[in-house]
Design a protein around this ligand. Structure first.
Ligand code: F6P
Length: 547
């Protein structure tokens, strides 16, 4: 950040970490019977437990001081009131307006954008219910059975993640998501589908993204070849901020759902980008999703710092990343339906906070966003948890789990799921000492020599940080709260890093080079002026094709 107060607050935090030395979580729990209460916070039923992190009340005080010095509250107010905090694109950042409730006003440049939001939502609901009821059919009069969303990044990950997460509420047509330029993606998706009963939604904020435009053109051809050119209009809808470009593609205006430049792609699932979710689960459930996001917005803007879940989550994330120096964070939902959440959060977090310069363009003085990765539990336990428990790197883990599953007749599965989730955070925290490992083997009748030999392999260092988000059930409202919580956490961390979380210039270079390399790959230009590795790869590729 570079301000005197911030630098002093960060120095104090680092000195405090030094003093902590080998902070012992086991001892901290033994010494303070109140540790869970002191280091957890709630938004209604949604609990954030961060007691299994190397923090004391002094750490928290220092982190709150840092947040004040970084101007988190001022920046939060600026975001909610439509300030142009995306300074490299000169844009407001108002995804919170997408979940404004009826009657609420959100002013931007003297205009109530909440009114626009509700108008689009109403149009989406009409369209979605038309498709769901069968009133809106394909060109031959058959109802739509399959919806294919064509989009990438924020125009894919949000709706794909949310549709899977809300599977128990899915009573509309089947949904499919095509994102990759790899022709395998669209080919495999279309294989089982009938053009007569398929609707394509082309989702692209800019309506220029090469992957999406190429897949959209392929889909258009696929429909035209099977049903004729005049049928195409019945089988396409679009979602974009670039309404002129959509019109040029030939999609009728009553099938185009707009959003606005103040919505970042990775923050857009709440907008018309959520259309496939709405078609899958219905407008009422989609509105519940929005209501959940709104509830988290209110909590973030109105709750005092000491109990503010997104703020605390951001502070803990910063502590682990910058002060403790852990370069990655694992997100492990104990929920198979949140299987796409880690990928979704990779874009949200890494595209937002993977920056190397401050808002003013100066090099950042601290590390910024961590590498985010993960898989659902319990599967991860049988794959990479070995490293989490005994590897040489420390990876803070974020567990997510619902108290109740949707499968009432499979209750025992859910008990096991919960037991595993709680057990993993306990194991990471407690570990198992050499002494305990040895004693356990001796108690099982192993010889003393053998127990001695195996003890180092069977001991766990423990003292490894994790946080847990625990909530009643993964319903649309709770999904909305969780996603908004993560958005705000990313925001808090960005303010502490002093960066702009809302641009993504880092994706541009690869796009430009790919455009330049296309004629080389196609063989229309030679690769002589490329670097030796790229030229060598292209030459070998041509040899393989010819051979
Ligand atoms: O390349 C990155 C990116 O711009 C993301 O930020 C965005 O979500 C994605 O591409 C897709 O962009 P669009 O919705 O404009 O097609």
């Amino acid at each position: 950040m570079g301000t005197k107060n911030f630098d002093a607050a960060l120095a104090a935090l680092k000195a405090h970490r030094e003093q902590q030395g080998d902070f012992d979580l086991r001892a901290a729990f033994a010494a303070n019977g109140n540790r869970f209460e002191a280091f957890s916070a709630r938004q209604d039923d949604l609990l954030f437990d961060f007691s299994k992190c190397a923090l004391t009340s002094e750490t928290l005080t220092l982190l709150h001081t840092l947040a004040i010095a970084a101007g988190v509250e001022t920046r939060r107010a600026a975001m909610f009131s439509g300030g142009r905090i995306n300074n490299t694109e000169d844009r407001a950042v108002l995804h919170v307006a997408l979940r404004a409730q009826q009657g609420e006003r959100v002013m931007l440049d003297g205009h109530d954008v909440a009114e626009d939001v509700h108008a689009v939502l109403a149009a989406m609901a009409d369209f979605a219910e038309g498709i769901r009821s069968g009133d809106l059919t394909g060109a031959t009069g058959k109802p739509i059975t399959d919806v294919v969303n064509i989009g990438i990044g924020g125009s894919d990950l949000g709706p794909a993640m949310a549709t899977l997460a809300l599977a128990p509420y899915h009573d509309g047509p089947r949904t499919h998501f095509v994102s990759n330029i790899d022709g395998a993606h669209i080919a495999d998706t279309l294989k089982g589908l009938s053009a007569e009963t398929t609707l394509f939604i082309i989702a692209s904020k800019t309506f220029t993204t090469i992957e999406t435009m190429t897949n959209a053109a392929t889909a258009r051809r696929w429909v035209a070849e099977r049903l004729g050119e005049e049928a195409v209009g019945h089988h396409f809808a679009a979602v974009s901020t670039a309404l002129d470009k959509v019109a040029a593609f030939g999609i009728a205006s009553d099938r185009v759902f707009g959003f606005w430049d103040w919505v970042g792609g990775r923050y857009s699932v709440w907008s018309a980008v959520g259309l496939p979710v709405m078609i899958a689960v219905g407008a009422d459930n989609f509105r519940q999703f929005l209501a959940g996001g709104h509830a988290m917005d209110r909590h973030f803007s109105d709750t005092p710092a000491a109990r503010n879940v997104p703020l605390l989550m951001g502070l803990v994330g910063y502590w682990n990343r910058v002060v403790c120096g852990y370069p990655t964070r694992a997100v492990i939902p104990y929920d198979q339906r949140l299987a796409r959440l880690p990928a979704y959060l990779q874009q949200l977090d890494m595209e937002s906070n993977g920056k190397g310069v401050t808002i003013d363009g100066a090099p950042v003085a601290t590390p910024t966003g961590p590498v985010v990765w993960g898989e659902p539990g319990t599967n991860g336990q049988h794959a990479f948890f070995q490293l989490l428990h005994q590897g040489t790197d420390i990876v803070p883990v974020e567990f997510l789990v619902a108290a109740n599953g949707h499968e009432a007749d499979l209750r025992f599965h859910h008990e096991l799921l919960l037991a595993n989730c709680f057990a993993q955070s306990e194991a990471l925290m407690k570990g198992r000492t050499l002494y305990e490992a040895r004693a356990q083997m001796l108690a099982r009748g192993m010889s003393a020599d053998e127990a001695e030999r195996l003890a180092p392999h069977r001991a766990f260092p423990g003292n490894r940080p994790s946080v847990t988000l625990l909530y009643r059930m993964l319903d649309p409202y709770t999904l909305g709260r969780l996603i908004a919580l993560y958005e705000h956490r990313v925001f808090v961390e960005a303010q502490l890093y002093g960066i702009n979380a809302f641009d993504q210039w880092g994706v541009e270079l690869g796009k430009e080079l790919a455009t330049g390399l296309l004629p080389v790959v196609e063989g229309r230009e030679n690769a002589a002026n490329r670097d030796a590795s790229t030229a060598g790869l292209v030459a070998h590729m041509h040899e393989l094709r010819e051979g």
